[in-house]
Design a protein around this ligand. Sequence first.
Ligand code: GLA
Length: 382
Amino acid sequence: MELSRRTAIAGAAAAGVTTATVGGTAHATGGRKPVKELFGKLADGTKVHRWSLENGGTRMKVLSWGGVVQSLEIPDRKGRYANVSLGFDNIEDYVAKTPYFGALIGRFGNRIAKGRFTLDGKSYQLSVNDGANSLHGGTQGFDKRVWDVEPFTKGSDVGLYLHYTSADGEMGYPGTLKVKVTYTLTRHGDWRIDYEATTTKATVVNLTSHVYWNLAGEGSGTIENHELKIAAGRYTPTDAGLIPTGELAKVSGTPFDFRKAKAIGRDIRDGHPQQVLAKGYDHNWVLDKGITAKPEHVATVCDPSSGRTLKIATVEPGLQFYSGNFLDGTLTGTGGSTYRQGDALCLETQHFPDSPNHSSFPSTVLRPGQTYRTTTVHTFGA
Ligand code: GLA
């Protein structure tokens, strides 16, 4: 341990980068070019690559398949690293059975009722993959596509550009959608995601990232003791298919009130009808700040046992907090443990689910000539 730490510092010094102290451990803060390796092959022989990045004390592994964050390592309060993101150690599991572990989500984050919407008087039928509804872009969303990945170093930042072009009509969505996602690791160890898209026909778009967080380390058990704070006085209740009813309900006096930090497990067995429908938390919080030009801090998660914290800032108006309700002990993760209900949480920054069918929700329409842009920043601490 001591030896490898010294070796890392010596390596950083040799590369001419500076070091900083996070939680008692020295980390390189200069940008080194991301490293590429072969991760696996799809059934048709297509190669899937894995990129390793490190900056400011954060280490990350990203796949060209789905833009998946396969692992994200950060130190605890004593400087000990753990991978805090659920994932698989092989491509076959990502192809066959992933519940969106670490993936980029598109064209539309969360559900669209019956996979149907009308735009400019035209009706569209999308791919349906969640009961009667379309979830996270349909049967073959952006999480199940091979992205073109290009590394960069810019000043003290390191990162990846991920490109994917979704054909006109893919999964039922109109317009050719050209997408560029930028993953940046800053010298402070923040992970920033910038999304951009343009279209050739009027369409709807709502991109997000589906990392499953466990700040005590993936495979270490439940996140019920993690403390969560969300700056939202309202949320969008759903029907039994988890489609918003259209109401913006107050969180006050309900288990959905995370305006002050509280343990996720504290009220999760409250029996509120909305929790019973969702088997826990699986709802969109209406962020008090609304849509903003710059990312604003909206949520904080803290694991008291390790001291690790995650802060999320976004320009988006909504945040889906999902308490890992559908994890059922059938998937084996990177560290060899099976994942059970509540072993991770997702915080998906987004426009509200089913927006194309709710004119009162902020619009998700993108037209030719416009550029869709959205940003979310993850800041880690201990
Ligand atoms: C989102 C949804 C959940 C679930 C997960 C993936 O968070 O809201 O209902 O589908 O994705 O399993």
